[in-house]
Ligand binder design. Structure first.
Ligand SMILES: [Zn+2]
Length: 463
């Protein structure tokens, strides 16, 4: 998790949020209901003989929130397990203040808190029965890894930790101390781990998660699996959601209440639920409490994840065929026409001054390092358009994009995306530097792509 860096939006922002979101409403105000999907209709996630279980966690405590029940069963059945933490969770000054009873902001003190969070991860693993040797801590910058994904590839200088001020992994206990804070380095670590461990089922943070590290870990994992396609056994991805507006429901401990998908994510994902053994609910709670810095600070927001089930929502990955049907990604209608990617969306109303829609389109193809592929970011205002590839501003003629009234249209030549086989697509509305709302990071396959993962068995339509 890591709640401290999620600043509460002022009232004005909340009003704007309700006013200018995409039609079809990502956050149309009020508390959206959980999807009316019964456990039976969602299908389950089962562990099989021969499975090798990899849990990928953005921060220490996410492994418990998302997959404690899975780890417990794997341990009981003697299945190999591995837990990998992307960060040490060291950008969480409010929880550190609550824990230490004094401000923690000097880099040295922040690193000490990161080290403490690693120890809490080891303690939680001990509660779950996972040996300490099965854990790896990568040490990339907490709250900074999506920025590495967007903007720190190739010749760009490394990013910097928000509180540690480090530009490379600063922990001697990390998987690869000294690794620069760059996109390629995270990919390299994940690929080494995937090659060595050869997982069959991977439990990872979710592409619709509003916490940047949670979305980023999914995205890096996706690329790592594509890079290794054919070199390692195909694995099934099970993304778990943690940060989503008004979700998962009432704060506090409700051990009989099931997690259900947010209504707004009912389409576009295949949701599966996995029941916990009754005794495992109590073990999950103890493992969570072992993350003492987090539990002390935000117990009431963590405990709703301790209940009778764990929930996974894998992305539907639609194929875009040139001249074919429009693919509807909730609020984005996407198609390929004349070698261009065309994106249409309807906003609730015209963009107020100071707001923009930021559209991200990153291509992937197997014969080119992902780091060298274009990573286009289009900043579309009422009267303005800026197109960037990482920090580099591209000519306006690179792509077309405009908002006319409440209609958003963008056309991006596939050549400008590096003629990709696969595509990541994401949009967010911003008021200056504040994100008001966002779509999930969608994944699309273009015709040349081959499915990166086998179709997951049986995902009946929500009933
Ligand atoms: Zn987290």
């Amino acid at each position: 998790m890591n709640l401290a860096t999620r600043r509460p939006a002022p009232v004005l922002l909340a009003i704007l949020t309700a006013a200018i979101l995409f039609a079809g409403g990502l956050l149309a105000g009020g508390r959206p209901p959980a999807a009316a999907v019964s456990r039976q209709s969602m299908g389950g996630v089962q562990l099989r003989e021969g499975d090798r279980i990899l849990v990928l966690a953005p921060h220490p405590d996410d492994e418990v929130l998302g997959a404690a029940g899975v780890l417990r069963e794997a341990v009981r059945r003697g299945l190999p397990t591995r837990v990998v933490f992307l960060t040490y969770g060291d950008s969480n000054e409010w929880s550190f203040l609550a824990y230490r009873k004094r401000p923690v902001f000097l880099p040295r003190s922040v690193l000490a808190m990161g080290t403490l969070r690693r120890q809490e991860g080891l303690a939680a693993a001990a509660v779950l029965g996972v040996p300490a040797g099965n854990l790896s801590f990568l040490g990339y910058p907490d709250y900074g890894t999506l920025a590495l994904w967007r903007d720190r590839w190739g010749t760009r200088p490394p990013g910097r930790g928000r509180l540690t001020r480090a530009t490379a992994v600063p922990y001697s206990t990390a998987y690869r101390p000294g690794a620069p804070f760059k996109g390629e380095e995270i990919l390299a670590d994940l690929e080494t781990i995937l090659r060595q461990f050869r997982p069959t089922q991977i439990f990872v943070s979710h592409p619709a998660d509003h916490h940047p590290d949670h979305a980023a870990l999914y995205l890096f994992t996706r690329v790592a699996l594509w890079d290794l396609q054919g070199a390692v056994p195909a694995a099934t991805l099970h993304p778990y959601l943690v940060h989503y507006p008004h979700w998962p429901g009432e704060k506090g401990f409700h051990p009989r209440e099931e997690l259900r998908p947010p209504a707004k994510l009912a389409s576009g994902f295949c949701w599966r639920s996995r029941e916990l053994e009754p005794g495992d609910v109590e073990v999950k709670q103890r493992a969570l409490a072992a993350h003492r810095t987090q539990f002390a600070y935000s117990k009431s927001r963590l405990l709703p994840f301790v209940g009778p089930n764990e929930l996974y929502g894998s992305l539907d990955v639609p194929a875009l065929v040139p001249g074919g049907a429009v693919v509807d990604l909730q609020n984005l209608a996407v198609r390929i026409e004349n070698q261009e990617l065309e994106i249409n969306a309807t906003l609730v109303r015209a963009l107020p001054e100071g707001t923009s829609v930021n559209l991200y389109a990153f291509g992937y193809r197997p014969d080119r390092p992902f780091g060298s592929m274009p990573k286009l970011a289009l900043r579309i205002g009422a009267e303005t358009l800026t197109i960037r590839d990482q920090d580099r501003i591209l000519p306006r003629a690179t792509a077309e994009a405009r908002v006319t009234g409440a209609k958003l249209t963008a056309r991006i030549p596939l050549a400008a995306l590096g003629d990709p086989d696969r595509l990541f697509l994401h949009a967010e509305t911003r008021l200056r530097n504040t994100s008001l709302n966002q779509t999930p990071w969608w994944v699309l396959e273009l015709p040349a792509a081959v499915a990166a993962e086998p179709p997951a068995p049986g995902c009946p339509a929500p009933g």
